[in-house]
Design a protein around this ligand. Sequence first.
Ligand SMILES: *[C@@H]1O[C@H](CO)[C@@H](O)[C@H](O)[C@H]1NC(C)=O
Ligand SMILES: *[C@@H]1O[C@H](CO)[C@@H](O)[C@H](O)[C@H]1NC(C)=O
Ligand SMILES: *[C@@H]1O[C@H](CO)[C@@H](O)[C@H](O)[C@H]1NC(C)=O
Ligand SMILES: *[C@@H]1O[C@H](CO)[C@@H](O)[C@H](O)[C@H]1NC(C)=O
Length: 472
Amino acid sequence: MISYTQLFASVCALASTAAALNPLEVSGKDFVDSKTQDRFQIIGVDYQPGGAAGFTKKLDPLSDADVCMRDAALMQRLGINTIRVYNLEPSLNHDECASIFNAAGIYMILDVSNPLAGGYLDRSAPWTTYSAIYYKQVFGVIEGFKNYDNVLGFFAGNEVINEDAHYLVPKYVRAIVRDMKDYIAKNSKRAIPVGYSAADIREILMDTAHYFECDLKNSTSSRSDFFGLNSYSWCGESSFKKSGFDVLTEDFTNATIPVFFSEYGCNEVQPRVFTEVQALYGEEMTQAFSGGLVYEWTQEDNDYGLVKVNDSNTVTTLVDYDNFEKQVNKLDMERITSSNVTQTSVKPEACSASLIKDKSFYNAWDLPEVPSKVADYIKNGLPDAPSGKFVSVSSTTIPQKVFDHTGKEITDVKFEVKSGVNTPSSSSGSGSSGTSDSSSSESSTNAGSPNGAPSLALGGAGGLFMLLASLL
Ligand SMILES: *[C@@H]1O[C@H](CO)[C@@H](O)[C@H](O)[C@H]1NC(C)=O
Ligand SMILES: *[C@@H]1O[C@H](CO)[C@@H](O)[C@H](O)[C@H]1NC(C)=O
Ligand SMILES: *[C@@H]1O[C@H](CO)[C@@H](O)[C@H](O)[C@H]1NC(C)=O
Ligand SMILES: *[C@@H]1O[C@H](CO)[C@@H](O)[C@H](O)[C@H]1NC(C)=O
């Protein structure tokens, strides 16, 4: 029979892990949980309520706790384990939202740039913006978020390399990765991964990946830790071959860092049925990819939303929300989270011009020198930059009214403090691979990204004390 002391000890252990996700780390080509070493695959959604235009210096997607609580609760029902946030303002307080997503079992991947003046690298003349002004934004975001355990990583850039980019842009972006990693090594307790998010321009896609993932002897910190791809090539009831996912899988099978879709979910056929989910998390594709993030959470003018925010007190889950939920509920989470030494033991290739195939793609690694003021920030930390910390949050029913796409009210939407990562609610053991398809039409690619740029409901500490009280 189990003693009170044992029970007490196990309840306390539960209390200390509740509301704390284990940080993730990169191991070969996989993300793994730093404590359990389980593999982590992203079941994510891109998060920018209000769209890119909704961002201001006074309001970013992680600065309004009521909105974060509402959205975290609705994401928990869906099985989401990661959000990506594009535009952040370092001077705002993000403690409540970061704590809410952490307690919900949801990691965050954060872009360090924003579209305001001084907030981004100018792709037409990168040397003009590779400066201390830009680094106040970049290092400001790192300072603001470095203490949150649920930060999966930072994006050093989103689709900076495209048809309009100056040919020297790759080396500037690689220099930004270097500077961010040097800053993190010097000023953060944890080695938070840094990567790049690429447009799906197939002619230069592999060149871009090789350019960032190769090992540079004289600048090891400039190597990316992961690679994101914004891909919209699977539309409607497509297939592994027709969508070109087969080519992507083959291309990235030899990757030496984690690769994932930083945006996916073509909306040319509506409503979206998300049949690509079975391919993306199927046996074949998971040898190359670590999941992906659906574009995007809220319905905006470009028509990619999973939910519609009617007003600050009312939200509607759209038919795409239900369709996505059906797909993720079929996933075999045991297989998806099982570790595999073949995957984690891969070694990087050395940087060499022979890796770059397209004539127009820059093929040298003579990275720009770090500006002296930026070197000073790296050495001593960015002055006067606020750093966040977790605050306590408890399980609660959300105050907003939620309707489904038929207009019926959903009354039981609850934000739950979890003891670990959020998972789809009814994942079955029937793993299906999305590769059994014999059609052979040509792949369609779509480089244009619409962005351009088991629950533990203890009821928070109160519930825990009541539980303890009842045991004693
Ligand atoms: C991956 O590596 C294997 C073994 O080195 C090689 O045979 C294969 O051609 C590579 N695939 C690609 C797409 O580069
Ligand atoms: C482990 O990974 C390798 C390479 O990605 C793959 O070929 C193999 O099937 C995987 N093993 C298991 C048990 O999934
Ligand atoms: C909310 O917006 C959706 C989508 O536009 C619409 O179908 C629904 O009727 C709206 N609900 C309310 C309560 O306004
Ligand atoms: C580092 O190595 C690359 C590739 O060999 C070279 O182009 C670059 O000039 C070197 N940088 C320095 C500072 O030596």
